[in-house]
Design a protein around this ligand. Structure first.
Ligand code: GAP
Length: 537
């Protein structure tokens, strides 16, 4: 599937629109249309249901070291600015950007790749934003143009070494920017903090400065004590939260994959330090299985453990769940979710102040006067286990998912083209979203074959009954074949048609989106049958 086809379908059928489109759009921001909002709600609800409401704390879940409890939270987007200082986001949450003085484009330093090439006595680092197979093709075109060579003289290009990242290049004067015609137009990399700044109240100076949260996680850590004190949860337990996060990404791209406003679904799971590795293993596998169960195919979904050098300074282990999005080069995967073993870094940071690693220890970072660089809350966030009579700072396992990336992956996976009979019964190309029924925006569409003979009345009766329980859609306009196609394109798993036979024997036709099979069922039994099939029966 080409990404353009999915993007076009999303616009045509009301899944996703560019934000502020009538004003020319705003890069990195996306609106979910009537179908998209239902799909994303279903993704969030599936996550909340499976992780939290359906979790049984009385039974050991498969693969878990013990029973555990789960609870939820909804914290604010704007929080005390000190939170971001202690968490490390204020000092460390930045990317490096480079600007092109010629094209006026801005790039993330680590996203530009290139290759050294020599021709006509000059050595140049030609660069591109493309990856995979496309990268060398693009570099070749750029080099030919720069050296003013025809394609038939491509052998005059003396390529050196392999494609490398711009981060390995020191001599910017020899760099040909991805969209430049002349050399040396890229600026030196500059740090760029990704947090959006705002002002609280009437104060507009440093005093009133606050940030839109770049992750929902910190809202959970700073409420750890409130949750323990106000509920009867006992370690091990998890706090789940779904909410908007904001990052002023330098180069938002690939549809909703990298946006500036997006939604996260995060769990902070608190456990005893001596069991944390087992819990890390459990959550890593549990979360991977969640995507598989909702229809992402095994060959496009992978669980990748980070190498030691990729780990944050406090992390004892991190794994990413990644999906082979169609906009990536062959063999490349994009992150859907990270599962991190965070030790006691977060709770200690909010007690003591911003921590840094010294040898194997985490210690409070100090300024030139030996005072904490960013002071913590001073509140005791340790946990007292009244059964073992021990006090400790729990370790944290963090499964952190993106609702928009998951939604995009489900859309990519679901998009298919096949053949189905058109309104005249002839085989014709069909676009279909094979979404898991739990995720489908509309579960059932109900059609009277024609707008007469009492068919609309029967159809509306069935519609009323199903509507009480399910998101169903009634449509009596146009040829029935065309009505089926519209539902296929938005992923509706079942269509019910009321036809001439319904008037005589009270049965209706049910059509399955994927197999295209049709069968008859008594109209009084429709709801029970659909309910059963949606449950996978
Ligand atoms: N609390 C940990 C944390 O925020 P992260 O890897 O930075 O970790 C977690 O983000 C998830 O949030 C990612 O796996 C991704 O699904 C989603 N995410 C992060 N940045 C995003 C962006 N700019 N646009 C869309 N989703 C994003």
């Amino acid at each position: 599937m080409e990404m353009d086809q999915l993007v076009a379908l999303c616009k045509r059928r009301g899944f996703l629109f560019q934000s502020s489109e009538i004003y020319g759009g705003l890069n990195g921001f996306w609106d979910y249309g009537p179908m998209g909002v239902e799909l994303k709600r279903n993704v969030r609800e599936a996550w909340w249901h499976d992780m939290l409401t359906a979790h049984n704390e009385l039974t050991v879940a498969p693969g878990a070291p013990a029973t555990y409890e789960m609870t939820g939270l909804d914290s604010t987007i704007i929080m005390h600015p000190q939170i971001w200082k202690c968490s490390g986001h204020y000092d460390l949450f930045h990317d490096f950007m480079v600007d092109c003085r010629e094209s006026k484009h801005r790039y993330r330093h680590d996203q530009i790749r290139g290759r050294w090439v020599e021709a006509k006595g000059q050595r140049v680092f030609v660069s591109t934003e493309a990856s995979g197979d496309e990268a060398q093709e693009d570099l070749q075109q750029k080099a030919l143009k720069f050296f003013n060579l025809r394609a038939k003289h491509a052998e005059e290009l003396g390529w050196q070494d392999a494609i490398v990242n711009l981060t390995t290049v020191a001599d910017f004067a020899a760099v040909l920017g991805p969209d430049a015609k002349t050399l040396g137009t890229l600026t030196e990399p500059r740090e760029f903090n990704l947090m959006f700044k705002t002002y609280v109240g009437a104060l507009s100076g440093e005093e009133g400065t606050a940030f839109l949260r770049p992750e929902t996680a910190q809202g959970i850590f700073v409420n750890f004590k409130n949750v323990v004190d106000s509920t009867r949860v006992r370690v091990p337990f998890g706090i789940a939260q779904i909410g908007k996060s904001f990052r002023n990404e330098i180069t938002p791209r690939n549809f909703t994959f990298r946006s500036r406003e997006f939604e996260q679904m995060e769990i902070e799971f608190f456990c005893r330090p001596d069991t944390s590795r087992q819990w890390y293993q459990y959550w890593r596998d549990r979360r991977y299985k969640w995507y598989l169960d909702l229809g992402l195919a095994g060959e496009r979904l992978r669980l990748r453990d980070h190498a030691a050098e990729e780990l944050s300074h406090y992390s004892c282990g991190t794994a990413d769940i990644e999906y082979a999005f169609p906009f990536l080069a062959q063999g490349d995967f994009g992150e859907l979710e990270g599962i991190a073993h965070r030790g006691d870094f977060d709770l200690r940071s909010h007690m003591e102040g911003k921590l840094v690693k010294q040898g194997n220890e985490l210690v409070v970072e100090t300024d030139a006067d030996g005072k904490p660089r960013h002071r913590g809350s001073g509140k005791d966030l340790s946990y007292f286990d009244d059964q073992t009579r021990e006090r400790f700072v729990p370790h944290v396992i963090e499964p952190s998912a993106g609702a928009d990336r998951a939604t995009l992956a489900f859309l990519c996976e679901a998009y298919a083209e096949d053949e189905a009979p058109d309104e005249n019964g002839k085989a014709a190309k069909r676009v279909v979203l094979r979404l898991h029924p739990r995720l489908a925006p509309i579960k059932v569409a109900i059609f009277p074959l024609v707008k007469k003979d009492g068919m609309p009345e029967i159809a509306q009766e069935i519609y009323r009954e199903l509507k009480r329980e399910l998101n169903v859609f009634y449509d009596e306009k146009g040829a029935v074949g065309r009505r089926y196609r519209r539902q296929d394109e938005i992923g509706t798993p079942f269509c019910i048609t009321i036809d001439g036979q319904t008037l005589t024997d009270g049965t209706v036709t049910i059509r399955d989106r994927d197999s295209l099979k049709q069968w008859r069922s008594k109209k009084e039994e429709c709801l029970a049958e659909i309910r059963e099939r949606l449950r996978g029966g």
